[in-house]
Write a protein that binds this ligand. Structure first.
Ligand code: FMN
Length: 369
């Protein structure tokens, strides 16, 4: 019997299956980083009764974006748009967590208030790109955050989490993977600080723990989650002891009774396969030994390999990214073992309904869904 399609409890919620919509930046928000009806339709299409969805990375502070078209919750004006999304998901019997993020050094001054420099734990150059009015442009060299600014960001995340509650979300996931601000604090390739936020594992984990602890009183620990990318190198990331670091972080998070810990396998580099890495899911297997709560595994899973990791006990749910982009009815397709639509990378980021809400459902077209 399929474990992937069996019920599971996550925090206070009972889900009818374990096929999760991974957080996916699609850059279809309207002016002012506000979700509109198109986004509501996209999420509704990917909702199944009893299913679990995680929102795309949502900007938690005005200086926290790296992608024009990404949605925010750093301002009250962004709440109503998200309410359309959560209402649409709830109307179909699903649940949705809000993924909060801050890009840190993965940004360009064109996206910054007043055209300033992006902020990061340390001024360590990152060679990647941001998306602005001018298209994909190189990241602007960042500057190191001051201590009062770090405290300010903790408060920004807390207030964004409060707005998420007003917007009708069912919980919050902090995006501490893929080389964004939390990850920049965690890994020592990007964190060169010599104060309380740099050096030891404890110090580098401090910002993530402070934000997590700030959000717990808002939501209750069982509705708060964290996403990590152990050994993730997306965004020029590196660490001198990734295994030591991420098992430490998992051990600290295990003390908080969170909804779940979400782990990305290193075989996927951000949004592309990394063939140089172990083709097996190694991250969840390692972290499972240090984390006894619910684990969501992500990164390169298909129906059979998702079933295998659940059967092995190394994860409790599996999140699907690219296949869920192209298959709005992915849980049903996996249940019926139907062929999957191929995804079109050219329409992943930004644009219209094309490559967004027009992927066909099995046996009917998208418009009829
Ligand atoms: C278009 C695209 C956008 C993504 N945006 C996010 C994001 O906003 N937050 C996040 O944590 N991961 C993001 N990811 C990573 C996915 O959540 C997931 O970890 C990755 O696609 C691997 O899963 P898959 O092999 O099932 O696609 C993105 C991936 C893709 C393809």
């Amino acid at each position: 019997m399929s474990k992937l399609l069996s019920a599971v409890k996550v925090g206070p919620y009972e889900f009818s299956h374990r096929v999760v919509l991974a957080p996916l930046t699609r850059m279809r928000a309207e002016q002012g980083a506000k979700p509109g009806p198109l986004m509501a339709e996209y999420y509704a299409q990917r909702t199944s009764a009893g299913g679990f969805l995680i929102s795309e990375a949502t900007i938690a502070a005005p200086d926290g974006n790296g992608y024009l078209g990404a949605p925010g919750l750093y301002d009250d004006s962004q709440i109503a748009g998200w309410k359309q999304v959560t209402d649409a998901v709830h109307a179909k019997g699903g649940r949705i967590f809000l993924q909060l993020y801050h890009a840190g050094r993965q940004s360009n001054s064109q996206l910054q208030p007043g055209g300033g420099q992006p902020v990061a734990p340390s001024a360590v150059l990152h060679g990647g790109v941001a998306y602005t009015e001018a298209g994909w442009v190189p990241n602007t060299p960042s500057r190191a955050l001051t201590l009062p600014e770090i405290a300010g960001l903790v408060e920004s995340f807390r207030t964004a989490a409060v707005r998420g509650k007003e917007a009708g979300f069912d919980g919050v996931e902090l995006h501490a993977a893929n080389g964004y601000l939390f990850d920049q604090f965690l890994q020592d390739g990007s964190n060169k600080r010599t104060d309380l936020y740099g050096g030891s594992f404890e110090n580098r984990t401090r910002f993530l723990m402070e934000v997590t602890r700030a959000i717990i009183p808002v939501w209750g620990s069982e509705r708060v989650a964290v996403r990590l990318g152990p050994s993730g190198t997306w965004g020029d990331m590196s660490d001198s002891d990734p295994e030591g670091l991420f098992t430490y972080v998992a051990g600290e998070l295990a003390k908080l009774n969170l909804a779940y810990l979400h782990l990305i396998e290193p075989r996927v580099l951000g949004n592309v396969d990394d063939d140089s890495k172990d083709p097996n899911p190694v991250a969840a297997q390692l972290i499972r030994q240090h984390y006894n709560g619910v684990i969501i595994a992500a990164g390169g899973f298909k129906g059979d390999t998702a079933e295998a990791i659940l059967q092995a006990g190394n994860a409790d749910l599996v999140a699907f990214g690219r296949d869920f982009i192209a298959n709005p009815d992915l849980p049903e397709r996996l249940r019926l073992k139907l062929p999957l639509n191929p995804y079109d990378r050219a329409t992943f980021f930004g644009g219209t309904d094309v490559g967004y809400t027009d992927y066909p459902f099995h046996g009917r077209n998208a418009a009829a869904a």
